[in-house]
Design a binder for this molecule. Structure first.
Ligand code: SF4
Length: 580
């Protein structure tokens, strides 16, 4: 990958594309690339929807090669939801396709005239930007159908739904999967709103004629690939649990541990969670036919294959297999235990282009605020439909849980830096609370997945209910995650990488063989530290202080049943997390 595509959406006479050599950003990929460009080129105090913000889309360092699991796409900008730096990543096909066309990053810059909407075609012949007026306010599914009719089916699409066009702070960016469906989302932080502010409805990628990225040392690459795949296949989580039941295998596990946030974080267990567990979901999907449950990768080259397809009662495609976070957000968090309703909510979120975690948390807050009753699935569906219609209520909900909590006078709003917490209560899983509080991203489990060590016994064991050892655990995981997010690897590889001594060296060897480098484990750790420091410096310049690294008050005051614990990490200890 040797070039960067910059599109100035505000150029006189219409959008102007320029392809430049990678230059100072050589060697970066994924999150290292997005955070590198954003921190260097975006003024930290700019308005996230203004002309000075940039949307950076970057394949990982190993994307475009034959390395298994290397198809994640990073999207970065200043976040309209948090006001800080943002990296959200997604699976799907676009990362591999962009990398094979030689692009290390696409940077959308400037601002078009109000109301202008474009689509961008990228293929081996170059870049073409045309009007997307015929796609205005279409959902992601209809958008992709129209694009397919125009460009055929051997393409990948990165698009926004109506929420992105309305520049709502919960808006996501969709990437198409192997079936050319818009099911894989860079969900968090309102990245879709920034794409909407740039007036880009869709980026169409046609990689016909492009070759697989070849490693500098093919023999060493082949050898590392073999060890890498063996390590992933051997681990019980990446080799058995995730392929059999998908990520929703976690529902029973986290519920049993007492850390499953229920009805807007009121309890740590959901009485009827077995009705929405991964085991129940897999049985339902198998019973309804199709290709069966959990045998599906979101991009070519995935060997964990944690995904699947959800069919409705009539056996028709409804959505991809809802993931654990979605099943929790729209399920237990809202007191809903009906998988068909949850799958419908997932479909609506994907179509309107909103983050399922933010929307589920928002509906939970709305329920606490009296807009609907906990457990009322039809009411939840109706509320999400308001977002798609762009009614005043829908625009409030589509702006996320923090805004919704303010509008409806709710005190218990589970957000950090304005972003909703995911599916683990920090009082039942104290380590993840440190990550929620301190990550540069706002509450985000993927930034340092302490659940692995607190609950799953991966990478050691740290008691989830005690404060001891949690900052160190979160710190190390945040550093490792920032590095992994730069490779293009799906984060689920971390289960094997943390446990199997052969796995991490194999990953480093892949990078070395790809680029003819001689990186060591320490170099990778230093890359992670560098990324985190860069992001934190941006946030500090944007106005964040240590008081932004705290959980909402109710987590310190309300004990969470069944363990009846509050969040126990002191402010002073939280402030040591970035001591490196
Ligand atoms: S493990 Fe799951 S999320 Fe990761 S690349 Fe494969 S299908 Fe996508």
């Amino acid at each position: 990958m040797d070039k960067i595509l910059r599109i100035n959406m505000g150029a006189a006479g219409g959008p102007k594309a320029t392809v430049t050599p990678i230059g100072a950003y050589a060697g970066l990929g994924g999150r290292a690339m997005t955070s590198g460009i954003v921190s260097k080129e975006v003024p930290p105090l700019c308005h996230p929807l203004g002309e000075d913000n940039k949307l950076v889309i970057a394949p990982g360092m190993l994307s475009g090669t034959t390395a298994a699991m290397s198809g994640r796409l990073s999207v970065g900008c200043k976040s309209p939801l948090t006001g800080g730096i943002k990296e959200a990543n997604a699976g799907g096909q676009p990362s591999q396709m962009l990398a094979r066309l030689g692009y290390a990053a696409i940077v959308l810059e400037g601002k078009p005239k109000e109301g202008a909407l474009y689509k961008v075609l990228i293929n081996k012949d170059g870049v073409k930007i045309t009007s997307a007026d015929n796609l205005k306010m279409l959902g992601n599914y209809d958008t992709v159908e129209k694009i397919k009719a125009e460009f055929g089916e051997k393409i990948g699409v990165i698009s926004i739904g109506p929420a992105g066009e309305m520049k709502l702070a919960a808006a996501s960016i969709a990437c198409t999967d192997m079936e050319l469906r818009p099911t894989r989302h860079a969900g968090r932080g309102g990245v879709g709103a920034v794409m909407g502010s740039k007036g880009v409805k869709a980026i169409v990628i046609d990689d016909a004629g492009a070759k697989m990225r070849s490693p500098k040392d093919p023999e060493a690459f082949k050898d590392a690939t073999k060890r890498w795949v063996e390590g992933l296949r051997k681990h019980p989580v990446t080799g058995q649990g995730l392929p059999a039941y998908g990520t929703n295998v976690l529902t029973n596990v986290i519920n049993e541990a007492g850390g499953y946030p229920t009805k807007n974080f009121m309890w740590g267990r959901f009485d009827t969670c077995s009705k929405i567990s991964g085991e129940t979901q897999a049985a339902l999907e198998n019973q309804r036919g199709g290709e069966g449950s959990a045998t599906h990768g979101c991009h070519r080259g995935c060997i964990i294959r944690c995904s699947g397809t959800f069919y409705n009662k009539d056996g028709q495609y409804l959505t991809k297999q809802p993931e654990y976070e979605t099943v929790w957000a729209h399920g237990g968090n809202c007191g809903i235990d009906d998988l068909d309703s949850i799958a419908m909510l997932d479909r609506l979120d994907d179509d309107f282009g909103v983050d399922t975690i933010e929307m589920g948390a928002t509906i939970g807050v709305a329920m606490e605020g009296g807009l609907a009753k906990f457990g009322d699935a039809q009411a939840a569906i109706n509320l999400v439909k308001e977002v798609g219609k762009g009614t005043p209520l829908g625009r409030i909900l589509g702006s996320g849980a923090a805004v919704t909590g303010k509008v409806f006078g709710v005190e218990r709003v589970p957000v950090v830096k304005g972003q909703s917490m995911p599916a683990y209560d920090p009082r039942g899983v104290q380590g993840i609370g440190v990550t929620y509080a301190t990550t540069t991203m706002g509450a985000d489990h993927t930034a340092g997945y302490a659940v692995a060590t607190n609950i799953l016994g991966v990478g050691g064991k740290v008691d989830p209910l005690k404060p001891e050892g949690q900052e160190e655990l979160s710190r190390n995981l945040q550093i490792a995650t920032a590095a992994i997010d730069s490779t293009g690897m799906c984060l689920f590889i971390a289960f094997a990488a943390l446990d199997n001594a052969a796995c991490l060296p194999a990953l480093i060897d892949l990078i070395n063989a790809r680029y003819d480098l001689s990186l060591t484990g320490d170099d990778v750790v230093n890359l992670g530290k560098y990324i985190l420091k860069t992001e934190r410096a941006f946030n500090t310049a944007a106005g964040f202080t240590e008081v932004d690294d705290r959980l909402p008050e109710f987590f310190y005051k309300e004990p969470l049943p069944p363990h009846n614990k509050v969040f126990l990490i002191s402010d002073a200890d939280l402030d040591t997390t970035f001591n490196f």
